[in-house]
Design a binder for this molecule. Structure first.
Ligand code: NAI
Length: 781
């Protein structure tokens, strides 16, 4: 093309980045890779291939891990873990820093390799993926350094199995490996089968950094290898990023294993444009929201919601912008949209779009390459909120769009999804932005920007987008556990007896639902005996219908979540005051129920605990994360929603209070299943609640068999979290059932907790009772 022609057409000329060094690196490694286990490479096999999706060329041969190889990787990680942890924070910080430096030094190699393997534009891998990878290792070098001083009660979990997807191959590795190593864990990581090369190059970096053998192990292969890792007995934690479907399967597969689990899954994130927005910026934002990485982004702004008054103008401008996008060779620095990762994914996208018969489909008028996995930027308008493409993740460069009239309608539409990963909103009105942000059900909200990420700001979702956060202080808890070793919990058996009731009046207490006493649906109750066989009273036996009623009542009490911490504190103090007025009676009752002498101490500790959470109610603050972008990420603590909990058996009052108080202090509503063996302390306690101004539905108390009630509670779609401290180990059932809506779980795995001591209260409870939402707002220059 001559200069004259360029001026005539104003077309971009090609500006390709050279693939030479990256291809030479692959050839240097023999163009075939084994696994990286115990600091060394295994012999490669040609089991499957990594291909360049932009042209179909084979890049390298890869090895599908066998069970023996996975075992060897886990064994190496186990062997290395103790020593790695005992290096101390500073010792580990030095290695993480060295890795960050080396990644920086080899940025170009990594950027090109990522683009070759994944198909993403070099502009993105060079300017976004790889710099964020480095930032993650630098940031977590700092976290390792600070661990002993700032997290003195935390220790490593052990060996972490990490399974990552193909959309941000090296970045997802960094998100998983950096915090794990910082906190003293060792890892077995499996990259996605389409995109293993940068993970393998990372292994090379670990060797160059002199990382001790076994600290990082990388095995390659498909989902079958992922299954081997998640099923391995000697793994302490599974961290997964990928599809919701596989996330659910992993939840079920690890249920009851005691493994800690974090899931970063799919999304259908709303992108809301109000009529006062800076339209050009909002359109440019959409390019980053849905055409960034060909739309293969879990938090992609894939659902456009535009206010009606500007809809026509907005869509016209949007189509013009779409036509101006450049699609083609991902190594070309001028390219906006690269190749979809694999023909399989291209087929999925094509089928989803072609299968849709609703609305209007607009495909950008762009030049399509003749070969490779390319899909044009696409916009589908006029869909109903319930349309398949409005609800399902397409995971491609396809935007669906609808309109709204009022801000409240925008919120309703935005939240009308099973997901809750991210949301974007555009408005020039700060009042509107900060009014809407808290109402969006999402783990991340961007105001007048989109798809911003940083190591200092936690990332992760709610609902079926999974749980756990990656990045920030909040991400560290996914890789630590409290110091100390818990003992096994002994099942608490109720006493039996044969002495009949002395009082001819029916004094059977009831269930406590929606602030009212309710007879159990089944009409059954059971005798509760003391140690000497004397009948102490009867307790209702709740069934699944009672669970449903209690959840409905808890759901309806959503006003509680909007109350101030100050008000919640007042109510907790009031409960404490009213309990204190009846302390002798409660102490007596507990002694009679448990056959011990713990009554007085239980009441006293319960009152203290209520005070503790009254104190926390307005002090468990969020944070403002400093991020190296023109903005600040406000990490807001929000209630989880409805928490269903099986209360401890052994401490019938203290156990219930220890679970209830942090939950309601943080604005949750609760369904509490009282101590199975000693339920009468709980049925006495609701009288205290009745006199303490607790709004109906905030605390619901059921009595009955834990094993009967655990399943309906954990399976209920309107319960957001299930906790179990029952002395009957129901962890497996609860975790398995929770997979339905991917509710959060906190189970004891049959391990004991000292409810009288420090283990019985504090930040662990507050953390379980809250979700962190990171709201990115413009700030400063
Ligand atoms: P996927 O969820 O199957 O793959 C992600 C990772 O999990 C890969 O490393 C894969 O080998 C592994 N895996 C697959 N089955 C497994 C199992 N049973 N146990 C353990 N590990 C397993 O995602 P896939 O099939 O590649 O993509 C399908 C859809 O998933 C996409 O269209 C997209 O909607 C969604 N997805 C979402 C991602 C996200 O970041 N949220 C990332 C990748 C895909």
């Amino acid at each position: 093309m001559t200069v004259k022609e360029i001026f005539e057409t104003m077309d971009y000329g090609p500006a390709p980045e050279s693939a030479g060094d990256a291809l030479a690196w692959i050839v240097d490694q023999g163009a075939a890779f084994g696994h990286f286990i115990d600091g060394d490479w295994t012999a490669p096999r040609k089991d499957f291939q990594s291909k360049n999706p932009a042209n179909g060329e084979t890049l390298a041969d890869l090895t599908q891990a066998t069970q023996d190889e996975v075992n060897a990787a886990v064994t190496a990680a186990r062997k290395a873990q103790g020593k790695w942890e005992s290096l101390g924070g500073h010792g580990r910080a030095k290695y993480l820093y060295a890795i960050a430096r080396l990644l920086q030094k080899h940025s170009r190699l990594f950027a090109v390799l990522e683009t070759l393997d994944n198909g993403k534009p070099i502009r993105e891998s060079r300017d976004i993926d790889i710099p964020l990878v480095q930032r993650h290792f630098y940031y977590h070098a700092g976290m390792a350094q600070l661990m002993e001083a700032e997290l003195p009660n935390a220790q490593a979990l052990g060996v972490c199995g990490q399974i990552i997807p193909w959309n941000f191959p090296l970045l997802m590795l960094a998100w998983k490996v950096a915090p794990a190593l910082a906190m003293g864990n060792t890892v077995v990581l499996k990259p996605a089968e389409y995109t293993s090369l940068t993970a393998l190059a990372f292994a090379d970096i670990c060797q160059q950094a002199g990382l001790p053998a076994g600290v990082v192990n990388i095995v390659t292969g498909d989902g079958a290898v992922g299954e081997m890792i998640t099923a391995h007995e000697d793994i302490n934690k599974v961290a997964f990023t990928g599809s919701t479907e596989v996330g659910k399967r992993i939840r079920e597969a690890t249920a009851g294993s005691g493994k800690s689990l974090t899931l970063e899954l799919g999304g259908k994130s709303p992108y809301i444009v109000f009529d006062d927005a800076d339209i050009d910026s909002a359109i440019e934002g959409l390019v980053d929201a849905i055409w960034f990485n060909q739309g293969q982004v879990c938090c992609a702004g894939s659902r456009l919601l535009v206010q009606e008054g500007i809809s026509e103008k907005f869509h016209t401008k949007l189509k013009a912008r779409m036509d101006g996008l450049r699609l083609g060779n991902p190594l070309d620095k001028c390219i906006d949209v690269g190749a979809v990762v694999d023909p399989v994914q291209l087929q999925t996208i094509t089928q989803m779009v072609d299968g849709n018969t609703e609305g209007e489909t607009y495909k950008a008028a762009v030049d399509m390459p003749l070969e490779g996995c390319f899909y044009p930027p696409t916009l589908i308008t006029g869909l109903a909120p319930s349309s398949k493409l409005m609800q399902e993740e397409i995971f491609g460069p396809v935007l669906v769009s609808t309109t709204f009239r009022t801000p409240s309608e925008a919120v309703q539409l935005a939240n009308n999804t099973r997901y809750g990963l991210a949301a974007t909103l555009w408005t020039e009105n700060v009042n509107l932005a900060l009014d809407i942000a808290p109402k969006l059900v999402a783990g991340v909200v961007w105001v007048n920007a989109t798809n911003l990420f940083d190591a200092a700001a936690g990332f992760g979702g709610v609902r079926e987008s999974g749980y756990g956060r990656e990045g920030g202080w909040e991400g560290l808890s996914a890789y630590t556990k409290p110091k100390g070793t818990a003992k096994a919990l002994k099942p608490v058996e109720p006493f039996s007896g044969d002495k009949g009731p002395l009082d001819p009046l029916d004094r059977t207490p009831k269930l406590y639902i929606g602030g009212k006493q309710a007879r159990p649906d089944g009409g059954y109750s059971q005798n509760i005996y003391g140690k000497n066989g004397a009948l102490l009273g009867q307790a209702p036996i709740a069934n699944r219908k009672d669970v449903r009623n209690a959840v409905e009542a808890a759901h309806a009490a959503k006003g509680w979540s909007g109350t101030t911490g100050h008000l919640r504190a007042q109510i907790l103090y009031y409960i404490a005051e009213n309990l204190s007025a009846r302390s002798e009676e409660f102490a007596h009752r507990i002694n009679a129920l448990t056959g011990g002498k713990q009554g007085e101490a239980e009441v006293e500790t319960s009152i203290r605990r209520l005070f503790t959470y009254a104190a926390w109610a307005d002090k468990y603050d969020g944070q403002a994360h400093g991020v190296p972008i023109r903005g600040v990420a406000l990490a807001m603590k929000e209630p989880v929603g409805v928490i269903g909990a099986l209360c401890p058996d052994e401490t019938p009052l203290l156990g219930l209070v220890s679970v209830m108080a942090p939950a309601i202090a943080m604005g949750n509503r609760t369904v509490l299943i009282a101590s199975q063996a000693y339920p009468l302390a709980a049925t006495d306690f609701y009288q205290v609640l009745e006199t303490s101004d607790v709004p109906g539905g905030v605390v619901n108390i059921l009595t009955g068999q834990h094993s009967d009630l655990a399943k309906p509670l954990a399976g209920h779609m309107d319960v957001d979290a299930t906790w179990s401290f029952s002395s009957t180990d129901l962890s497996a059932e609860i975790e398995r059932e929770s997979a339905g809506n991917l509710k959060r779980t906190w189970v004891n795995n049959g391990l004991a907790r000292d409810w009288f001591g420090a283990e019985g209260e504090g930040r662990a409870f507050l953390q379980a009772a809250t979700e962190v939402k990171n709201i990115w707002v413009p700030y400063g220059e």
